[in-house]
Design a protein around this ligand. Structure first.
Ligand code: ATP
Ligand code: ZN
Length: 294
């Protein structure tokens, strides 16, 4: 292995763009061109290994990469199907690419709960996670492994139900299916093996993780500014989601009003703004925070 930190990423697909964006927000400068297996980060000793997501856990386990970004669903599946056990564990949760691995069946069919799966066939690309779930629940069903287009299985008659990834549910709906049980909730995760990294690589990884942490926190965090009647400051502060004590600034020529500014670490919804306004807050601004370090 070189002394450059190597990160395995999905080359193309649902995970890829968000992974690239996260690393760019962390200050890594790189360009992804079609075809290449390795992309070099220009301003840090980091290389990106661009592969299919299913290969990421074993590449990390087998030292082809130091760390990887992959869906938790893929990590768990690879851990379950790997005979010798897979040396890859979650180092950090990343909060994007959230989805669920769910059981679903045709709307107009006989199956609408898990017990009814006994004696039936379930199509899936996740035989490991599905098999484990069925065993735990004491259900005997046959899992039919497919490489893709699982949602078509009931209509072509090779299975009575499916076990597949769902995010909005639109694909299920378009195929006349509905989900009746979630067997795994997933998000993108940073993974690593148990091997010790060199001191330099570990220091770089620590720096990267601290930046990732800042990116995740700042995406949820907002800066709120508003003008408020002095006697309503306490009530307004109560309403601000996840904020410490706000900054209060006097307003020139206005005795009864102050400007209030605060960092809110949780989402600010329209309802909150309406409640603030009802308390007398005016000129309310909610601003994104680009970077954070605490
Ligand atoms: P590859 O060519 O790399 O094998 P793939 O077809 O297996 O790609 P994608 O469909 O790109 O995989 O999905 C990659 C990951 O994105 C999934 O494993 C999952 O963690 C996440 N994901 C988020 N939302 C969804 C969704 N609605 N459907 C499928 N995957 C999703
Ligand atoms: Zn894949």
């Amino acid at each position: 292995m070189t002394d450059r930190l190597r990160i395995a990423l999905q080359k193309k697909g649902r995970l890829a763009d968000d992974s690239f964006e996260l690393l760019k927000k962390c200050g890594l400068r790189f360009a992804i061109r079609g075809g290449g297996l390795l992309a070099r980060v220009k301003n840090m000793p980091i290389d990106l290994l661009l592969v299919r997501d299913d290969d990421i856990p074993s590449f990390v386990a087998n030292d082809a990469a130091d760390i990887g970004i992959v869906g938790e669903n893929v990590l768990v599946e690879e851990q379950l199907v790997s005979r010798e056990g897979l040396d890859a564990e979650i180092t950090m949760r990343l909060g994007f690419s959230r989805c669920k691995l769910s059981l679903a069946a045709p709307n107009d069919g006989d199956i609408n709960n898990t017990e009814q799966l006994n004696g039936t066939r379930i199509a899936t690309t996740y035989p490991g996670v599905l098999g484990n779930f069925l065993k735990e629940r004491g259900i005997s069903a046959k899992s039919v492994e497919m490489k893709g287009a699982v949602e078509l299985a009931p209509s072509i008659g090779i299975a009575e139900s499916i076990c597949d990834l769902v995010s909005s549910g639109a694909t299920l709906e378009a195929n006349g299916l509905s989900a009746f049980e979630t067997i795994l909730e997933s998000e993108a995760v940073l993974i690593q093996s148990g091997r010790k990294l060199s001191a330099d690589k570990q220091a770089l990884l620590n720096k990267l993780m601290s930046r990732i942490d800042g990116v995740i926190k700042s995406s949820e965090t907002k800066y709120i500014m508003l003008n408020a009647p002095k006697d309503k400051v306490a009530a307004i502060t109560e309403l601000l989601p996840g904020s410490d004590s706000p900054t209060i600034i006097p307003l020139a020529g206005k005795d009864k009003l102050v400007a209030l500014q605060a960092v809110c670490t949780e989402n600010i919804f329209w309802e909150t703004l309406e409640d603030l306004k009802a308390l007398g807050a005016r000129a309310i601004l909610v601003l994104p925070i680009e970077k954070m370090m605490s």
